[in-house]
Design a protein around this ligand. Structure first.
Ligand SMILES: [Zn+2]
Length: 436
C-alpha cells in the first residue's frame, strides 16, 4: 500500500505526521521513499485505544512488518534473505564478498511503544540507500540493511534475541526455555510463524562477512534537544543492572499495634527509595524502584515483607558502584534503626559497552567534513542490537533528536526535518565507509 505525498495523514504519533508531508521527500534528495515507507508502516500493530504499538516477536503485527521489509528489499532489487535466527537482510552487492557495511535496526516494539524506536533506523536505512543511488555513489564494499528480530524482548522477556543468537550470546538451550505469557515457547512461536526453529544458533560465518555495523536510532533522552543538534554519535551504552531488595519486618494489626511497637518494612523501603533518588542525583546517574511486592499485601496489615527491585544505570562502572553502594548503605542504616532485616541480591548486570573508537572517530570525520561542525558524542542508558554485536564486530550508532526525550511510549516523537537529517547523515556515513 502506497499513499501519495499530498494525502492528509492519519492520526498518529506526533512528529512526522504533524509536519508538512512534502518536506521529507524533497529534502531527502528527491526521493518520496522515506515518507511513503513511514506511512505504510504506521498502521501496523497500532492499538486503537492506546495508540501505542504492539509489534511483538512472531505475532501477526511482526509478520506484517516483516512482509513490509521484504517488499522494500524486492522493490529495490536487493538480495533478500532470512538468516538462521529469523533476522531479515537486504543486500546491495555480493553478500559473500566480505567486509560489508551493514546498517539497520528492529521493527518490533515494547507494549504500547512509540513509532520511532526501531522503525526509524530501518526506514532511514532504505532511504539512505536510495539517497546513495541518486548520488551515483561508487561503492567498493557490499552494503546490507538488517531487521533484527525480537529486539525489545516484549514477548519472551529477553531483549535482543535475534542479535544475541547470531553473536552466540544466547545458547540454544536457553533460547528453547524462553516462553511467553501464554506458555508458548520461542521455537513454537517461530514455527507457528512459518520459520524453522531447528536452525537457530550462533552464526559466526555471517558476522565474519561484516566489516562495520552502524545503527541509527531515535534518541531515548534529551541530550540532543538540550545541545541543539539534530544528530549525534553514540559513545557507549551505560553499564546497568537490577537489584532485589528484601526488607523483612513483622506482620501485625494495622489498628491495634502501637507505632512504637512496629517493625514496618514499608518505612525502610520508602526511605530507601528516597535515598536512591539522592544517590543518583549526586552521581549524575539514574536509579529507579519501579516494581514492588508486599506480603501479606493487606490494607489493614503491617507488611511482613517488602520486596523492591532497583534498576540503576550510570556512565561508568565506578559511578554505578557508587550509586548502588550508597543506596544499599542507606538502606542498611534505616533497616538497623527500625529492626528490619535486609537482603540485597543482584539479579542481572550488563557491563559498559564501548563502541569501536576508530569507527566512531571515522563517523565524526565523515559527518563533520563539510561543515567543520563537531557532531556531539553521547552515551545512552538503553540497550541495542549494536551493543550486542559490538563484542564481535566494529559497531557505531547515530542518534536522531527526540524533542521530549520520551521513548517506549506513544508520545515518542521526532521532527520530520530531524529524521531527514538522520537519513542524510546515515547516507554520508555509508558512502564514506563503503566507497573507500
Ligand atoms: Zn530500539
Amino acid at each position: 500500500m502506497t499513499q501519495h505525498r499530498g494525502e492528509p495523514s492519519g492520526n498518529g504519533p506526533a512528529g512526522l505526521e504533524a509536519s508538512s508531508p512534502a518536506a521529507a521527500p524533497a529534502a531527502a534528495g528527491g526521493h518520496p521513499s522515506f515518507h511513503e515507507m513511514w506511512r505504510d508502516l504506521l498502521p501496523i500493530g497500532r492499538h486503537p485505544e492506546s495508540r501505542g504499538y504492539r509489534r511483538f516477536a512472531w505475532t501477526g503485527a511482526d509478520l506484517d512488518c516483516r512482509a513490509w521489509f521484504k517488499d522494500q528489499a524486492e522493490a529495490r532489487g536487493l538480495t533478500y534473505e532470512v538468516d538462521r535466527n529469523g533476522n531479515q537482510w537486504a543486500w546491495l552487492g555480493d553478500p559473500a564478498a566480505g567486509d560489508a557495511v551493514v546498517t539497520g535496526s528492529h521493527l518490533d516494539s515494547v507494549p504500547d511503544g512509540g513509532a520511532f524506536d526501531g522503525p526509524l533506523g530501518v526506514v532511514s536505512s532504505f532511504a539512505a540507500l536510495d539517497e546513495l543511488r541518486s548520488r551515483g555513489a561508487d561503492l567498493a564494499r557490499p552494503l546490507a540493511i538488517v531487521n533484527f528480530g525480537d529486539e525489545e524482548g516484549a514477548r519472551f522477556g529477553l531483549a535482543c534475541v535475534g542479535s544475541r543468537l547470531t553473536a552466540g550470546q544466547l545458547t540454544l538451550d536457553n533460547a528453547h526455555k524462553l516462553t511467553d505469557g501464554d506458555g508458548v515457547s520461542l521455537p513454537r512461536a517461530m514455527e507457528a510463524a512459518g520459520y524453522d526453529p531447528d536452525t537457530i544458533g550462533a552464526d559466526p560465518e555471517r558476522l565474519d562477512r561484516i566489516g562495520a555495523f552502524v545503527e541509527l536510532h531515535v534518541e531515548q533522552g534529551r541530550a540532543l534537544d538540550l545541545s541543539g543538534d539534530r544528530v549525534g554519535i553514540a559513545s557507549a551504552i551505560w553499564p546497568h543492572g537490577r537489584w532485589r531488595f528484601d526488607f523483612r519486618g513483622e506482620a501485625n494489626h494495622a489498628g491495634t499495634t502501637r507505632l512504637v511497637d512496629r517493625r514496618d518494612p514499608m518505612l525502610t523501603y520508602a526511605e530507601t527509595v528516597l535515598a536512591a533518588r539522592r544517590e543518583a542525583e549526586l552521581a549524575g546517574a539514574v536509579a529507579t524502584f519501579g516494581k514492588i511486592a508486599v506480603e501479606p499485601n493487606g490494607v489493614n496489615a503491617i507488611p511482613s515483607l517488602v520486596r523492591g527491585w532497583l534498576d540503576s544505570r550510570a556512565e561508568d562502572q565506578t559511578s554505578l558502584d557508587t550509586v548502588v553502594g550508597g543506596i544499599e548503605k542507606a538502606a542498611r542504616g534505616y533497616a538497623d534503626a527500625h529492626g528490619i532485616e535486609l537482603d540485597v541480591v543482584r539479579e542481572s548486570f550488563t557491563p559498559v559497552v564501548e563502541f569501536d573508537h576508530a569507527l566512531r572517530d571515522e563517523l565524526g570525520r565523515i559527518l563533520g567534513k563539510d561543515t567543520d561542525l563537531t557532531v556531539p558524542v553521547l552515551g545512552t542508558g538503553a540497550g541495542h542490537d549494536a551493543g550486542i554485536l559490538s563484542g564481535r564486530i566494529p559497531t557505531a550508532m547515530l542518534f536522531v533528536r527526540n524533542p521530549t526525550g520520551v521513548s517506549h511510549s506513544p508520545a515518542e516523537s521526532a521532527a520530520e526535518d530531524d529524521c531527514v537529517a538522520g537519513v542524510l547523515a546515515l547516507a554520508d556515513v555509508l558512502e564514506g565507509l563503503a566507497s573507500r
